[in-house]
Design a protein around this ligand. Structure first.
Ligand SMILES: Cc1ncc(COP(=O)(O)O)c(C=O)c1O
Length: 392
């Protein structure tokens, strides 16, 4: 498959279809409850902070845009992020170990481009966030390990990883995401240790997609920091996906590979995003509220889990802001359930968007629910449970 074909086949615009299809997000006459899309927001306290930034700092921020942002990040923001991550992880993290990117997606694309030449590749578990678009952009090969539950992840991911890496010595990177989107697993301690060892043995670097880290017990500390690239973003933990601001925390001795590549390629994220991002983190840190978005998400998730207990089919215990409802053991097709819910003004996301368009294997028959954006999770999930129970 040539580069163009790969890119066309990996077109991920479908992924956002539920967002742009039927409704404008805010129109409650079309979508009453949004229990699908991975946006994060509708948190009034957070909106207050944004208001503060707009009123107090925005004119100053705009003036600074006479400059190029540069590729080395923005030192005051890098310092804040290094400090936060160093305290959390116990690893030694310096501001120079951080690269600012255009969201987490761009961070992943950059790392694949840096570490995989065209006949080398990356492995990750499916179903997943559409990483295939990033691999295609980076023109690398990709390999999948199909994992559809927390139990399956812990029982079989390490052995499947060992097998995949042995058969394909051209794999350079493993991409893991805890708590996982969409399945919601968070690897057990022992599983993480095994993954760490297997990657060291095969000289495979670990990209840890930490975008939801903080919504479940944090596993980063179980990995070897010298072989670990942490990917994070303002999209979820700081509720600002529209900023398009993310970052990579890389081992110090890998910076010699990363910085020249990025410097030669582009001038980094928008300076306005960087400056707004800095204001957000600074203000949240001052108010001791760095984790308050995720605290809110956790409360919403508890509410959702409680309501889902009333479903006639069982849902698995999951971590993070997503839950999947699996219709495999029923006569229902998850796409039909998704359409029915949409007709009833509830947005969810159907399973097929979590598999690459060219993927030929079996797909699990589920819808994904999200609590990122919906302030009325209780009413929304009550309505959802009633509709699904009637269908069953
Ligand atoms: C698992 C995962 N990784 C990465 C991303 C991309 O985040 P960003 O908006 O920072 O590009 C998302 C967004 O939903 C995600 O769910």
């Amino acid at each position: 498959m040539n580069f163009l074909e790969r890119n066309i086949k990996a077109d991920v615009t479908r992924f956002f279809q539920p967002l742009i299809d039927e409704a404008y997000f805010e129109d409650k006459t079309i979508i009453e409850y949004d229990l699908g899309i991975g946006n994060v927001g509708n948190i009034p306290e957070f909106d207050e902070i944004i208001k503060e930034i707009v009123e107090e700092s925005f004119p100053k921020l705009l003036i600074r845009c006479h400059k190029y942002p540069g590729t080395q990040g923005y030192l005051p923001l890098n310092e804040l992020l290094a400090d936060i991550y160093q305290k959390k992880s116990g690893f030694s993290i310096k501001p120079e170990d951080i690269i600012l990117t255009i969201g987490g997606s761009d961070a992943i694309t950059e790392l694949i481009q840096i570490y995989c030449s065209h006949d080398e590749g990356i492995v990750y578990a499916l179903p997943s966030f559409p990483y295939w678009g990033m691999t295609a952009k980076a023109n690398a090969k990709e390999y999948y390990i199909v994992i559809t539950s927390q139990k399956e992840f812990n029982e079989s991911f390490p052995s499947k990883l060992e097998e995949t890496l042995t058969i394909n010595p051209n794999i350079r990177l493993l991409l893991i995401n805890f708590p996982n989107n969409p399945v919601g697993y968070n690897g057990a301690e022992q599983t993480c240790k095994e993954i760490n060892e297997i990657c060291a043995k095969h000289k495979v670097k670990i990209l840890f997609d930490d975008i939801y880290g903080g919504l479940a017990e944090w596993r980063i500390k179980l990995f070897d920091p010298k072989n670990l690239f942490i990917i994070d973003s303002f999209s979820k933990r700081f509720a600002m996906p529209g900023l398009r601001l993310g970052f990579i925390i890389a081992p110090t001795n890998e910076m010699k590979n990363i910085r020249p590549f990025i410097a030669n390629q582009y001038v980094g994220p928008s300076l306005i995003s960087i400056l707004v991002g800095y204001e957000i983190v600074k203000r949240l840190a001052e108010k001791d509220k760095l984790d308050f978005v995720f605290k809110k998400i956790k409360l919403r998730k508890e509410t959702l889990n409680n309501e889902l207990k009333k479903l006639k089919i069982k849902t698995e215990e999951t971590f993070g802001m997503y839950v999947i409802i699996d219709f495999t053991d029923t006569d229902l097709n998850a796409r039909d359930v998704y359409n029915k819910l949409l007709k009833e003004k509830i947005r969810t996301v159907p399973y097929d968007l979590f598999y690459p368009p060219f993927y030929k294997g079996t797909k699990r028959n589920f819808i994904r629910l999200s609590v990122g954006m919906e302030p009325n999770v209780k009413q929304g999930s009550q309505k959802l449970v009633k509709i699904i129970n009637e269908l069953l």
